[in-house]
Design a protein around this ligand. Structure first.
Ligand code: SAM
Length: 399
């Protein structure tokens, strides 16, 4: 196995000629290129091998992930995921949320398959290097957004695939790294970006209007005190910029009361900002459409969600595409397009008590699965599945 850095090219910096491929950005794919050197180092390094700065950054990232207080991500509902994917030898599967590679590993171990792993987080991709090596050509790992998973598959020569799996949200590693700014439990910069570019949560908190903050926190965090939280943020930022997770958590805790045993008062506000900064719901809606385009007949789509906003999008999409949405008998007859999916899970699969006890992160997980049918994919606008909120770019453009 030879994982090597290409020192003259800051974009394609990890590649295995012989076995699997580990890739970060393709030429001409400007949005997904490797971030600048300092940014990659700050985030845990993206090159590996040798005694280079990259190698040291990589080692440091590994140590952070395995050191005290840092848990390796435990895959949720792995058994049902495998069962619903209905793996077959020779099949090509897309793991759209590679993370620590838990699902990819399970898929590769369970049958003679090939996996295309996708993650928008460059440290997840970099940390997958050893796994790519060990997989001996069966795993391709790409730094990309899962909204373009069909394009990724085609880029690697696959016009159709046998399965797509998505395990939404953040990984334990992302939550545990204070410098990523996802968690109010670890003080760090108010960042929250899964990918290497774009505005951070601090930018949103600094620029969004009070009304935008309130709408965002209400719709994406389902926080009943959203108006009070937005007011408190706007009042605080006139005194000093809100730059850290601890500063934001303090501001929220002053206006959202919690009783012993409740979740932390800042939980819902942090969730809202994270979803907004990463356009998580837009990504999900586009990924479902992309899966519809790339799955072959009998191919399986399996999605694990962690909150009601995500689950509602998956449920609505699958109900529409499988023709299981109830149609009022008072409406005029309209021709409904042929279903593109058959539902495999009328009710979502949830983890059992033993899994929740062993892995509390599994608590709110729901799995939905569907099988692709023969009908052509629908070229429909996915915006109808999303809450109405301003775009991130519009919010941060304001003075
Ligand atoms: C819950 S973790 C997945 C864990 C993985 N199933 C495992 O067993 O290790 C979610 C991962 O998806 C990635 N992710 C989230 N949104 C994404 C997107 N739109 N495109 C690509 N990756 C994304 C995150 O960076 C994170 O690494």
């Amino acid at each position: 196995m030879s994982i090597y850095a290409t020192p003259d090219d800051g974009r394609k910096w990890l590649k295995d000629k012989t076995y699997g491929r580990l890739e970060q950005g393709m030429p001409g794919n400007a949005g997904r290129r490797c971030a600048k050197l300092h940014d990659a180092k700050r985030r845990g390094g993206c090159r590996t091998g040798g005694d280079s700065g990259w190698g040291r950054a990589m080692m440091a990232a590994r140590q952070r992930l395995t050191g005290p207080g840092s848990a390796r991500h435990v895959p949720v509902l792995a058994g049902p995921v495998l069962e619903q994917l209905n793996l077959r030898d020779g099949g090509i599967y897309i793991d759209g949320t590679f993370g620590a590679g838990g699902y990819s590993r399970a898929i590769l171990n369970a049958a003679d398959t090939q996996v295309i792993g996708i993650d928008r987080d460059q440290s997840a991709v970099a940390l997958g290097a050893d796994f790519v090596a060990a997989a001996e050509g069966r795993l391709t790992l790409v730094e990309e957004r899962f909204s373009s998973l069909d394009q990724v598959a085609r880029r690697f020569g696959h016009e159709q695939v046998d399965g797509v799996v998505l395990d939404l949200g953040v990984s334990s590693m992302q939550l545990d790294q204070a410098e990523r700014g996802f968690s109010f439990r670890h003080d760090g910069p108010l960042d929250m970006r899964m990918g290497a570019d774009g505005p951070s949560a601090a930018d949103v908190v600094a620029r969004a209007s009070e009304r935008e903050l309130a709408d965002m926190i209400f719709q994406l965090g389902e926080e009943r005190r959203s108006r009070a939280v937005a007011r408190a943020i706007v009042a605080a930022r006139t005194d000093a910029p809100i730059r850290t997770t601890a500063a934001l958590a303090d501001i929220v805790a002053r206006v959202v009361r919690s009783r012993p045993g409740d979740i932390h008062p800042a939980t819902r506000t942090f969730q809202a900002l994270r979803i907004f900064v990463n356009d998580e719901l837009g990504e999900l809606a586009e990924a479902l459409a992309a899966a519809e385009r790339i799955l072959k007949p009998s191919g399986r789509l399996v999605v694990v969600t962690f909150h009601s906003l995500e689950d509602r999008i998956v449920k609505t999409f699958l109900a529409e595409r499988s023709g299981t949405v109830g149609v009022s008998r008072h409406l005029p007859d309209v021709e409904t397009p042929a279903p593109t999916f058959r539902l495999m899970t009328r009710r979502p699969i949830a983890p059992d008590d033993a899994e929740i006890a062993a892995n509390p992160r599994a608590r709110s997980a729901k799995l939905r699965a569907a099988e692709r049918l023969d009908a052509p994919s629908r070229d429909s606008d996915m915006a109808g599945l999303l809450p109405r909120l301003p775009l991130l770019a519009a919010v941060v453009r304001q003075p």
